[in-house]
Design a protein around this ligand. Structure first.
Ligand code: NDP
Length: 331
């Protein structure tokens, strides 16, 4: 059988955000129920940490698929012609090992990460959340702008980024009927917001605990390495903490590990994995006053679930190109 190759330009049409949210929701629940496999990801850093190659394998029984995302991360690419995250998602048939698809990872990463935040927001934010703050106006800022309004009745959006021009560009992209504006400070963006998404590549905290207000929900997305964080220790201490995966958080999350080193949180501070909330085995928000924070690291099972959706939509619509790549004996 042929392997399907799907490039970056084709992925967005094949991975509608609303469909991706449901695929990621299912994947997180499968993982929490023990119906998925997801080892920690090896990350190979180049000297001076100018760039990294991450290898993210995983398996989902519900779609009988295993796969791997190989992703390069070059933060210095921001503002150049190159994306800061590039790579491939490869999908293999879990019944016979056949390589089913090779898909661009840049768009999958952009879309599935915001989809995971949307799942967390759907489960944890107050139902009447209407004001959204987005901190960071890069790729993730853009995809979170599309994702969060799909799960809450957002009417007002504030965008802050280190570069005011980038914040203005993101605000100009608009978001349906919601009023959207760029603002000049994190405090201006966050004050009175119901949902806050931190999507920057900053290694120093940009969101201080003193800015958090009762009832807020935070999606902490931008830090996925132990040596960078966007939330200060006070923000972590004031939050009820939810994660995509406990093991990943305890090994990879700068937001968590640095707060732990400061002595303000410990492992017991992690209330639940998002998949456990989907599966209904643990409760989520318990009052309108508590501050909930979703610590997102990004999981291979999210890439595999999203990749599988891309693959199936490509087969239906005839997108991508296919050829006999190998793996079968002829004659
Ligand atoms: P981009 O390169 O597209 O955007 C980077 C953003 O970070 C820009 O808004 C930039 O601001 C901002 N930024 C960079 N350095 C600083 C700083 N020192 N202080 C404040 N803001 C800063 O990256 P992406 O949007 O693709 O990714 C953003 C972050 O999310 C990265 O750290 C990435 O590793 C992480 N990520 C997490 C995933 C997950 O699953 N949790 C998945 C994918 C990415 P400006 O340009 O306006 O100056």
């Amino acid at each position: 059988m042929e392997t399907v190759f799907i490039g970056q330009d084709e992925v967005p049409d094949l991975l509608p955000m609303a469909q991706c949210i449901e695929a990621v929701r299912q994947a997180l629940a499968d993982l929490a129920r023990g119906e998925g496999i997801q080892p920690l990801r090896p990350v190979m850093w180049l000297p001076e940490k100018v760039g990294a190659l991450g290898m993210m394998p995983g398996y989902l029984g519900s779609i009988a698929t295993m796969g791997i995302k190989t992703v390069t991360v070059f933060p210095g690419n921001a503002g150049t012609e190159y994306d800061s995250h590039q790579g491939t998602v490869m999908l293999f048939d879990a019944g016979n090992g056949r390589l089913k698809a090779v898909i661009d990872a840049t768009e999958i990463t952009a879309i599935r990460t915001a989809a995971a935040s949307a799942v967390a927001t759907d489960l944890l934010a107050r139902k009447d959340s209407s004001v959204l703050a987005i901190l960071g106006a890069g790729v993730q800022g853009h995809s979170h702008l599309r994702a969060i309004p799909l799960v809450r009745p957002i009417t007002e959006i504030r965008v802050w980024s280190r570069s005011p021009d980038n914040a203005a560009r993101l605000a100009a992209a608009g978001a349906g009927d919601a009023a959207i504006r760029a603002v000049g400070s994190v405090a201006e963006a966050v004050g009175g917001a119901d949902v806050v998404c931190t999507t920057t590549a900053s290694s120093e905290p940009i969101l201080a605990g003193s800015l958090l207000e009762p009832g807020m929900h935070v999606n902490a997305v931008g830090s996925s390495v132990p040596f960078a964080r966007e939330l200060d220790s006070d923000a972590m201490a004031r939050s009820r903490i939810f994660v995509d995966r406990r093991e990943s958080t305890l090994n990879e999350s700068g937001d968590f590990l640095m707060a732990q080193a400061d002595g303000v949180v410990d492992e017991d501070a992690i209330v639940a994995e998002i998949g456990e909330l989907v599966a209904g085995t643990r409760p989520g928000r318990e009052s309108d006053d508590e501050i909930t924070t979703f610590v997102s690291l990004g999981l291979a099972v999210e890439d595999i679930a999203a990749g599988d959706l891309v693959y199936r939509n490509a087969l239906k619509s005839g997108k991508g190109f296919s050829f006999e790549f190998g793996g079968t004996r002829h004659g």
